[in-house]
Design a protein around this ligand. Structure first.
Ligand SMILES: Nc1nc2c(ncn2[C@@H]2O[C@H](COP(=O)(O)OP(=O)(O)OP(=O)(O)O)[C@@H](O)[C@H]2O)c(=O)[nH]1
Length: 147
């Protein structure tokens, strides 16, 4: 923007007083620097605040334990193909719930992989609840249970 303005002044044979001592250009340059800094700041904030995986759902809730309300941060991670542990910040969580569908063996395999990842990370000792959902679809169960 500054360069373009200088070129224009030169072409005009500009004898505008404002530009004689470069004062206006200095103001423009300072403005450009300020705007650039603002844009960079907004971009950095946006990148830091954005969930790593767009379909993740993050929320807070309160649960009662023996009449004591406890605030809980929930991160409901969406299964992503090729998702590596770095996709989520879940590996510093205090506890995990891994859910698979009893009607879909692939989800059980994914659940097994997740258990392995959790156990091999820094959260190796965190409690994990493994849940099979869709029990109402028992008649089409694909993930078998031992008798
Ligand atoms: N019948 C029945 N449907 C269920 C049950 N649990 C989940 N669903 C349905 O299954 C679908 C997927 O459930 P979600 O909880 O979104 O599964 P998810 O793995 O979190 O899905 P993503 O986050 O999109 O990967 C939804 O339509 C639910 O309503 C269940 O126990 N029984």
């Amino acid at each position: 923007i500054v360069t373009e303005r200088k070129e224009r002044c030169k072409d005009d044979g500009d004898d505008d007083d404002n530009n004689d001592d470069g004062h206006v250009d200095n103001v423009d340059a300072a403005l450009v620097v300020k705007i650039t800094r603002c844009i960079i700041f907004v971009l950095v904030v946006t990148m830091l605040c954005k969930p790593k995986v767009a379909t993740d759902i993050s929320y807070q809730t309160t649960v009662k334990h023996e009449d004591t309300p406890i605030k809980v941060d929930i991160l409901d991670t969406s299964h992503q193909d090729e998702c590596q542990p770095s996709c989520h910040d879940v590996y510093d969580a205090d506890a995990f719930v891994v859910v698979y569908s009893i009607t879909d063996t692939t989800t059980f395999k994914v659940a097994q992989d997740e258990l392995g990842r959790i156990r091999s990370g820094t959260t190796a000792n965190a409690p994990i609840l493994l849940l099979g959902n869709k029990l109402d679809f028992e008649h089409v169960r694909k993930v078998c249970v031992l008798p």
